[in-house]
Design a protein around this ligand. Structure first.
Ligand code: CA2
Length: 149
């Protein structure tokens, strides 16, 4: 079974330790455990980086080998044409995920580049949004695989 890639952008390694009124108290390690439980038998490649190029390299791995991508690009959401270009090459489903509701926040958080290529966007469900994304992704992968058959 092809793996599900769950990619996390800059500063999310600090999750649960800063600004809990926006991002909650759940740590990224707890998010990872939640995702693995929600994915069941499907292998999960869960990564976080503060470096744009590392995220792009994981998208390239997913292009070669992945069933789907869930990505919280954090601040790169609004700045990275390079991540956008890499995601354009991925043939499967992509879910863009944000812990907070970016549309309720300051204007700098409103214009997502990644949304232009995402199959779906989840924002504002807190850390539980990751489990919701994994469940939704299972259905998207089933549909994509049925379409490809
Ligand atoms: O809500 C999200 O998941 C965001 O992607 C988080 C990004 C922000 O730039 C996006 O607009 C929305 C920021 C992540 C910062 O990471 C922190 C982690 C722990 C504590 C504080 C910030």
């Amino acid at each position: 079974m092809k793996p599900l890639f769950i990619l996390n952008g800059p500063n999310l390694n600090r999750l649960g330790r800063r600004e809990p009124h926006i991002y909650g108290h759940t740590t990224l390690a707890e998010v990872e455990a939640m995702c693995r439980a929600a994915a069941g038998d499907r292998p999960v490649r869960f990564h976080q980086s503060n470096i744009e190029g590392e995220i792009i390299n994981w998208v390239h791995e997913a292009i070669d080998d992945g069933a789907g991508i869930i990505i919280n690009p954090a601040a790169f959401t609004f700045t990275s044409i390079a991540i956008l270009d890499s995601l354009k090459m991925f043939p499967g489903p992509i879910i863009e995920l944000h812990i907070s509701n970016i549309h309720k926040r300051e204007a700098i958080y409103h214009n997502s580049l990644v949304s232009k290529v995402a199959t779906a966007v989840i924002a504002g469900l807190g850390a539980e949004g990751y489990a919701t994304a994994v469940q939704a992704m299972a259905r998207l992968i089933t549909k994509a695989e049925a379409g490809a058959a």
